[in-house]
Design a protein around this ligand. Structure first.
Ligand SMILES: Nc1ncnc2c1ncn2[C@@H]1O[C@H](COP(=O)(O)OP(=O)(O)OP(=O)(O)O)[C@@H](O)[C@H]1O
Length: 583
């Protein structure tokens, strides 16, 4: 897990640069960002001009007893219209910009997860990952929609307003600028605390999301174990923690909002006092007193709003950290710089002196294994011996820390799987696990994941070959994760899907464990194809003995290899020990 993610999970203040790291995402939308800034500037600028002109007009009317000119009334009406249009345009553009950026960000989070799958995902809860992919990305909408353009516009309007005030009376900006500086500094004063509170909220939300996903997933098991009431209590407790974390943020924000209001009132009173003094000493026309007050109020309002947005953005550091960590997750199996093409024809497999660990003790410690092209090997070992790990290295979910995993053509040089482009490797080597998931959709849709171009006849023929229920129509809904099917039916569909790829190397990791003995034998026939290399990981003796050769994995190495007859005729063989056959 990356440091940023770890910090967030522990509820610490996340990295300071996390929000800055979000800005480059705007680079792809420079023109739109510029339009959003221009609209925000027009929105704020038109309001400031409107209220200042209105106050000056009223002041002039009261003091001089003159009705406003037609030009002034027209200008005021035009400003109202401009302000309304600019508000609509700014909201429209800022949200459009934010949603575009978020759409890209969601895909980049997904890419990050895919790049680091399954290793990095293995240690994390799916609800937690879903929270990063959805809730954290969604939370950043505020940053993109309500921070950047508003900050730029309010700073510009403040500068322009102060220049006008300085022209009217050089002392007037002195009442506005210190308050503006205080408002701008406020979000940074308690940045650590705010970021930590934000992180607590995000962590609580992620935990609740993880709990909810796990509970929904495991409802059947929880029901069977009589644990539903307990689970309900846990969910309620974690929901309460989310509420507490959100309330703590809201309470601080309420205090900050009151302080901001107080500061603005103080600044406006300061401007009123200074303007009144200038008017009474004859340096300023009386109409400028209400105009200066309105102008001060109008420029400080957006500054206060920006300060609020900045405070909220600081609280989003945790979400930004989590999204950043997901986006920047390094590839665990980096793509080759110069991919090598696999030669045509059957491919064998060779693991040479392979070492691998998951960050602790080595799981594989010098594995040597060769499967000639077109042959079937049964990889056998006690539970936890590292059989699936070998399969995962062959499918290149991970790379070994030492040694090589190669695909070996009948003629020509072996090719290291690290040198093969991902798409080509996925076509050449297909791994079917015991719990290969099916996706929500029809039987045909699930099969077509492997071969999008396959016609219905091919799908039906392959499904039949693997023993998928004859009566199952291609438009039968299989339900999420194949929930409406039996374990055996799911296995048959997963196998049919694998066959549609027409892989040259097929790795079956306990994929037929759900089938009865007859089904297992039929599937073995269906899978047999001239030239295909097959590695079968199994515990069932009948499955193992069908293989051309058997390799026994123990203590991280291949300790025994041979045919079924060889190994079972050897007294006290490692195979006998694995199968529990007394010597
Ligand atoms: N993602 C992972 N992170 C950490 N350790 C892991 C991970 N996957 C597997 N292991 C550990 O590596 C060892 C080998 O696991 P592996 O799944 O390869 O065994 P196996 O021989 O296939 O077992 P089984 O027959 O029970 O499926 C086990 O000790 C397991 O706990």
């Amino acid at each position: 897990m990356s440091t940023a993610t770890a910090a967030t999970h522990e509820g610490d203040a996340p990295a300071r640069g996390a929000l800055r790291a979000l800005l480059p995402a705007l680079a792809a939308h420079r023109a739109m960002t510029a339009r959003t800034c221009a609209a925000a500037l027009l929105e704020q600028g038109s309001l400031v001009t409107l209220v200042t002109l209105a106050a000056h007009t009223v002041g002039t009317a009261v003091i001089e007893g003159k009705a406003p000119s037609a030009a002034t009334v027209t200008a005021l009406a035009a400003l109202v219209l401009v302000r309304a249009l600019a508000t609509w345009r700014e909201m429209d553009l800022s949200h459009d910009l934010a949603y575009r950026v978020l759409a890209v960000l969601r895909v980049r989070v997904f890419d990050g997860l895919a790049r680091s799958a399954p290793a990095r995902i293995a240690g994390r809860r799916s609800g937690d990952l879903a929270a990063t992919a959805m809730a954290d990305v969604e939370a950043l909408e505020f940053f993109y929609a309500h921070t950047t353009a508003q900050l730029l516009a309010s700073a510009t309007v403040l500068t322009g307003g102060c220049l006008v005030l300085a022209v009217v009376e050089p002392w007037l900006p002195a009442a506005v600028l210190p308050v503006a500086a205080l408002l701008a500094a406020a979000p940074f004063a308690d940045a650590r605390g705010r970021a930590a509170r934000g992180a607590r909220t995000r962590t609580a939300v992620a935990r609740l999301s993880a709990d909810t996903v796990e509970t929904v997933d495991g409802l059947r098991e929880l029901l069977a174990l009589g644990q539903l009431a307990e689970r309900r209590r846990t969910l309620a407790e974690h929901g309460r923690q989310v509420g507490d974390a959100q309330r703590a943020e809201a309470t601080r924000e309420a205090v900050a909002a009151s302080v901001r209001d107080l500061l603005i009132v103080a600044a406006v009173l300061g401007v009123v006092a200074a303007a009144a003094h200038s008017v009474t000493s004859g340096r300023l026309h009386g109409a400028w007193a209400p105009a200066a007050m309105a102008l001060a109020l109008a420029v400080l309002g957006p500054v206060a709003e920006s300060a609020r947005a900045l405070s909220q953005a600081v609280a989003l550091r945790a979400a930004a950290s989590r999204v950043g960590a997901a986006v920047q997750a390094p590839a665990l199996a980096p793509p080759p710089a110069q991919p090598r093409r696999l030669p045509p024809g059957p491919l064998g497999v060779r693991l040479h002196q392979v070492r691998f660990d998951y960050g602790g003790q080595p799981v594989l410690d010098g594995v040597d294994l060769t499967v000639p092209p077109g042959r079937t090997l049964a990889l056998v070992g006690v539970s936890g011996a590292g059989k699936s790990t070998c399969a995962h290295l062959l499918a290149r979910f991970w790379d070994p820390s030492q040694g090589t995993v190669q695909l070996v053509p009948a003629h020509g040089d072996p090719v290291d799987v690290r040198d093969v482009a991902d798409a080509e490797l996925r076509r050449a080597v297909v791994l079917v696990g015991q719990e290969t998931p099916l996706f929500h959709g029809t039987l045909a849709e699930n099969l077509r994941l492997a071969a999008p171009e396959a016609d219905d006849d091919l799908l039906a023929a392959t499904a039949r070959r693997c023993g998928v229920d004859r009566n199952a129509a291609m438009d039968t809904l299989v339900g999420e994760r194949g929930a409406t099917l039996s374990g055996g039916q799911r296995a048959r569909i997963a196998l049919a899907r694998a066959l549609l790829v027409r892989p040259r190397v097929l790795v079956l990791d306990e994929s037929t464990a759900h089938l009865d003995n007859t089904g297992d034998a039929r599937i073995a026939d269906a899978l047999r194809e001239e030239g295909r290399t097959t590695i079968v990981i199994a515990h069932r003796p009948a499955t193992i003995r069908r293989a051309d050769r058997i390799a026994v994995l123990d203590q991280g190495r291949i300790v025994e290899e041979g045919t079924w007859e060889d190994l079972t005729s050897r007294p006290g063989s490692a195979l006998d020990r694995v199968l529990g056959i007394p010597s």
